[in-house]
Design a protein around this ligand. Structure first.
Ligand code: B12
Length: 114
């Protein structure tokens, strides 16, 4: 339900040349994986504002693995309760604490993928 930060990140990425497929709110891990495959995504980005929804991050990584695309797709996360430490512990590559640094982080991940 908390989509203000997500929308700001989306706007910043789009205005810096990224093609963003917005899946909306309350998205299952399986939907992230299906859509990442369907759109041939380079990055899956997700926002979590609740301590309960942040627990879905490792589930998204698992769903991408099960879909056979985890090696190809970088995961980037953010939202008030998220930290770099949580990102590292969840096994995801990207983290930023605001929408401006989200663009720098996406650029960094794209370079890693290249
Ligand atoms: C606005 C708000 C709401 C609004 C949301 C409206 C909307 N359309 O988004 C409404 C009223 C609906 C709401 C509801 C609830 N809320 Co609320 N809400 C907030 C509040 C006050 C602000 C969130 C916000 O929009 N901040 C502004 C945006 C711009 O900041 P941001 O989201 O952090 O995003 C920035 C960065 O984090 C980063 N970022 C964000 N996403 C991403 C993603 C990526 C990939 C990257 C790289 C970066 C990134 O960039 C963004 C821009 O710079 C916070 C308090 C807070 N201080 O965060 C509570 C808060 C998140 N809510 C909370 C709660 C508990 C709830 C409810 C459960 C309340 C209830 N009992 O009903 C419900 C749950 C709804 C649900 N099922 O999800 C708690 C969560 C506590 C916890 N430990 O989990 C908080 C922390 C308030 C509190 N102190 O108790 N909420």
């Amino acid at each position: 339900m908390h989509d203000i930060g997500k929308n700001l990140v989306k706007m910043m990425l789009e205005s810096n040349g990224y093609d963003v497929h917005d899946l909306g709110v309350d998205v299952s891990a399986e939907t992230f994986a299906q859509e990442a495959r369907a759109t041939n995504a380079d990055i899956v980005a997700t926002s979590a504002l609740l301590t309960t929804t942040m627990l879905a991050v490792p589930q998204i990584a698992r769903a991408l693995e099960e879909a056979g695309i985890r090696k190809k797709v970088k995961i980037m996360i953010g939202g008030a309760p998220i930290t770099r430490q949580f990102a590292d512990e969840s096994g995801v590559e990207g983290y930023a604490d605001d929408c401006a640094s989200a663009v720098d982080e996406a650029d960094r991940l794209m370079k890693l993928a290249a």
